[in-house]
Ligand binder design. Sequence first.
Ligand code: PHB
Length: 399
Amino acid sequence: MNTSNGRRQFIKAAGAAGLLSAGAGLPTLALAQTAKLKVGLMLPFTGTYASLGVAIANGFKLVVQEQGGKLAGRELEYITMDDESEPSKGADRANQLVNRDKVDLIVGTVHSGVQMGIVKIARESGVLNIIPNAGVEAATTQLCAPNIFRTSFANGQPAFPMGKHVADKGHKNVVTVAWKYGAGEESVAGFKDSYLKAGGKVSKELWVPFPNVEFQSILTEIASLKPDAVFVFFAGAGAAKFLKDYQAAGLKGKIPLYGTGFLTDGILESVGNAAEGIETTLHYGDGLNAPRNKAFQLAYAKTFKLQPDVYAVQGYDAGLLLLAGLKAVNGDMNRKKEMYAAMERAEIDSPRGKWKMSKGHNPVQDMFLRKVVGTENRVTGTVIKALDYPPAAACKMPV
Ligand code: PHB
């Protein structure tokens, strides 16, 4: 950009912001408020979590669209990075976004293992990271940081209410099945936390390497163990495959299956009746009958010709959170302290219901019980209100 061109664009931007007519004068308008905001979208766009990445990116972009293409006066430029849900590439790719592409923030990611790499780079560089899915608990407890915020959940959070529900149903012994990595492990731990306290017994924990979807031997083992119920953590394409295999193995209707809502979110169109009647717990349900949710679903479907799911909601809320922060500083991300303070006190008017951040920057939010009816996750009740889990007290926020 040559100087006169730069100056012309600058005048145009200043005029659009209404500052010239207000008599503020040219030199007072900082370039930091007029340049495009560089957003690194680090998400899985291939592999078993690909549809989750797409839904998150769509949800985020819907906020920008609803704001007329700008957030607090700033146009956005996206740098898209496929992380393939491959933990070994997490830190390198986050580092590329920060040091090569010079992004202003990273929105990402889905997989807890990859997230650990992003958290490392965010903590080292101070670049803002908004986590739109990955539930790795350390990110908002032991490794919490002023510049790391999550708009989704901590892994144990949606699993915790299910333990008590399964116990209340009278199921005395349960087998758990999950992918063997952070998300599966913390999900099973959250379930056990309330299930064991309620007097339940976990007779066996079965594990599958991520992203493996060969479930035959596991299903054979469940059939021979004959537990009262099964609790699982799978998501995305892997969840769809597990549900179909569970039905094909003749276990559906014989041994009740429970899980966090990731088991049945975003995949009901693709599994026939394999999920019918399954109960899950989650911080969202597409069947939520609130006007805010209905308006969101309509806008999302109109824009993307797709039905939104929990991942789309989390991406949308990442956009709302960023908007709240940018508004407080008139789009100037150099005013980090003020921006983060605004994000900390923001009440996010989400399709899931209004929520706020915990001290560790994880949503304090209501947990719903849902039941699959046709292609809907129907909400049948609120099982815990304003759940802060694991407790934010485990975060000692650096200053
Ligand atoms: C995770 O890896 O943290 C994760 C992935 C997919 C989900 C939930 C958690 O649906």
